[in-house]
Design a binder for this molecule. Structure first.
Ligand code: NIG
Ligand code: FE
Length: 433
C-alpha cells in the first residue's frame, strides 16, 4: 500500500456519483453524475479521504501538501474505477474459427449445438492446468486494467464438473489475491449441459444441486450463482431449482435471461429476487415491468449483441420503466471477446439509446450494486476504496463522442498508480495484499 498520500488535482471534471451507495440509480437519477469542476481528491491508506474543489482540498491539506505525490489532472476527466459486473474471465483457448463461421451465416446456438461454443471452451478449460489458466486470464486482467476497470465479476462455467468448476474458481481466487484488479466470484455450473449428460439434463441439474453448489459454498469460492436460462440450455423450471438451491447455501442469484429467445427469464429473475438479470435482448414488457417492481438490476451487454450481430437490449425502455441498468463486457471467448468497458459505454449510447451520463452511471455505481459492492466502490466518496481513473478527455461527453479509442491515462487501484500514461506500471509483477 502507498505510504505517501496521493493527491489528484484540478480535474476539469471530477465525476463523483456521490450519494448512491445504498441503492442503484434509476430513471432520471441515472443522469445525476454529481460533477465537481476543478475537482481534487486526496487518497491515503488505500481509501478516499476527501474530495472537493481544488481550493477546498488545498486549504484542508495545506500543511501536508509536500508530503503527497501529486498528479495534475488539468484538462482531464476523473471518474470512479470502472466496474465490470459480468465476465467469464477464466478460460482456456480461443474461438476465432467460430467467428469466421458466424460471419459466413452460422448462428451462435447452431455452433453450440454442434459441439462448439461453450462445449469447445469447456474441453480446452478442462485440459488446461491451473498455471495455464492463471497466465491466460492474468493477461486479460492486465488488459482490463489498461481500460480503466478496477473490479470485475468472474463466473465459472467452463468446467461443468465439480473438479473443473473448482479449478476455475480457485484460479479466479488466486488472481484476486495476486493481481491489482479485484475479482468477485460467481459459480455458473449451469452454463451448459455437458456431453456426458446430454441425454439426461435433469441428472446434471441434480448434480449441480447436490454436489457442486454445496461444495462451492463450503469452500467459500463464490458469492453468486448464475444460470444460462435459454431454450435448449436450462429451462425456467430447472433454472429456478438451481437458483433456489444456491440461495439455501448463501449464493445470491443472477441469471442469463432472454438472450437469444424470449423465455420469461426476466420474470423468473423478479420472482426469485435475483440481484441482477443479464442480457435481456428479448425481455418481454411484462418481464421489464417485473424487474422494475422488484428492483432487479438489468446488466446489459451491448458488446455481445454487437458481436453476435443481433439487436441490442432496449436499455431506453428499461431505464424509462424504472429498471436500474448496469453495463458489462460479458468478456468470454464466444460471444464477446473484449475487455473494453469504454467501448461498451460507446455501444450503450450508439446501440441502446443511452445518454453519455447514463452509461457512466451504468459502468460505475450501478455496476457496483450489481455485484453487491455499492458501499465500497463505484463512486468517489470519503471512505470508499481509492479506485480512480483519469481519462485524457476534457469531459464525460467527449469520452463517448471520440468512440472506440482507449482514453485511459492513469488508473489508481486502492490508492496506488497501476497505469500511468496508458501503460501498466506494476500490474505484471506486483502482488497486492
Ligand atoms: O454470456 N450466454 C452464455 N454465456 C456467455 C457466452 C459463453 C461462450 O460462448 O463461451 C454469454 O454470452
Ligand atoms: Fe455471460
Amino acid at each position: 500500500m502507498n505510504k505517501k498520500p496521493l493527491l489528484i488535482r484540478n480535474a476539469s471534471q471530477m465525476v463523483t456519483l456521490a450519494g448512491s451507495s445504498d441503492a442503484p440509480l434509476t430513471g432520471k437519477q441515472m443522469e445525476q453524475l454529481q460533477i465537481i469542476e476543478n475537482g481534487s481528491v486526496w487518497l491515503e491508506d488505500g481509501v478516499i479521504q476527501f474530495v472537493g474543489k481544488d481550493e477546498e482540498v488545498a486549504q484542508i491539506y495545506k500543511d501536508r501538501l509536500n508530503e503527497a505525490e501529486i498528479i495534475d489532472a488539468t484538462g482531464k476527466l476523473v471518474t470512479p474505477g470502472l466496474v465490470d459486473p459480468h465476465t467469464h474471465l477464466v478460460f482456456a483457448g480461443s474461438r476465432e474459427n467460430e467467428f469466421n463461421m458466424r460471419l459466413e451465416g452460422a448462428t451462435y446456438m447452431e455452433i453450440m449445438n454442434n459441439g462448439g461454443g461453450i462445449h469447445a471452451t469447456t474441453s480446452a478449460t478442462r485440459k488446461a492446468t491451473h498455471q495455464t489458466l492463471f497466465e491466460e486470464s492474468k493477461k486479460r486482467l492486465d488488459q482490463f486494467l489498461l481500460h480503466g476497470v478496477t473490479t470485475v465479476e468472474a463466473k465459472s462455467g467452463y468446467g461443468l464438473s465439480l473438479e473443473h468448476e473448482i479449478k476455475q474458481l480457485e484460479v479466479a481466487r488466486k488472481l484476486h489475491e495476486q493481481h491489482p484488479v479485484d475479482i468477485v466470484q460467481t459459480f455458473m455450473g449451469a452454463h451448459a449441459v455437458p456431453f456426458e449428460y446430454k441425454e439426461n439434463p435433469d441428472e446434471f441439474v441434480d448434480y449441480i444441486i447436490h454436489d457442486m453448489i454445496p461444495e462451492v459454498a463450503r469452500r467459500k469460492l463464490a458469492e453468486f450463482n448464475d444460470v444460462f436460462c435459454e431454450r435448449g440450455v436450462f429451462t425456467p423450471d430447472q433454472s429456478k431449482r438451481i437458483l433456489e438451491s444456491g440461495l439455501q447455501h448463501g449464493l445470491l442469484p443472477k441469471i442469463h435471461a432472454d438472450e437469444i429467445e424470449p423465455y420469461e427469464g426476466a420474470e423468473l429473475a423478479a420472482e426469485i429476487g435475483a440481484v441482477s438479470a443479464e442480457h435481456l435482448l428479448k425481455a418481454s414488457d411484462k418481464g421489464i415491468a417485473a424487474l422494475a417492481e422488484k428492483g432487479v438490476i438489468a446488466v446489459l451487454l451491448p458488446g455481445t449483441a454487437f458481436f453476435l450481430m443481433a439487436e441490442s437490449a432496449n436499455a431506453r425502455k428499461m431505464i424509462d420503466a424504472g429498471v436500474p441498468v448496469a453495463l458489462s463486457t460479458d468478456c468470454n471467448p464466444g460471444s464477446s471477446p473484449t475487455v473494453s468497458m469504454p467501448l461498451i459505454m460507446n455501444l450503450g449510447c450508439l446501440k441502446m439509446g443511452m445518454t453519455p451520463a447514463e452509461v457512466l452511471t451504468a459502468a460505475t455505481i450501478n455496476a457496483a450494486h450489481a455485484i453487491n459492492r455499492g458501499k465500497e466502490i463505484g463512486s468517489i466518496e470519503k471512505d470508499k476504496k481509492a479506485d480512480i481513473v483519469i481519462f485524457d478527455v476534457p469531459n464525460y461527453m467527449v469520452l463517448q463522442y471520440r468512440y472506440g479509442i482507449n482514453h485511459v491515462h492513469t488508473v489508481i487501484k486502492s490508492g496506488e498508480v497501476v497505469v500511468d500514461g496508458g501503460r501498466l506500471v506494476c500490474a505484471n509483477t506486483r502482488i497486492h495484499s
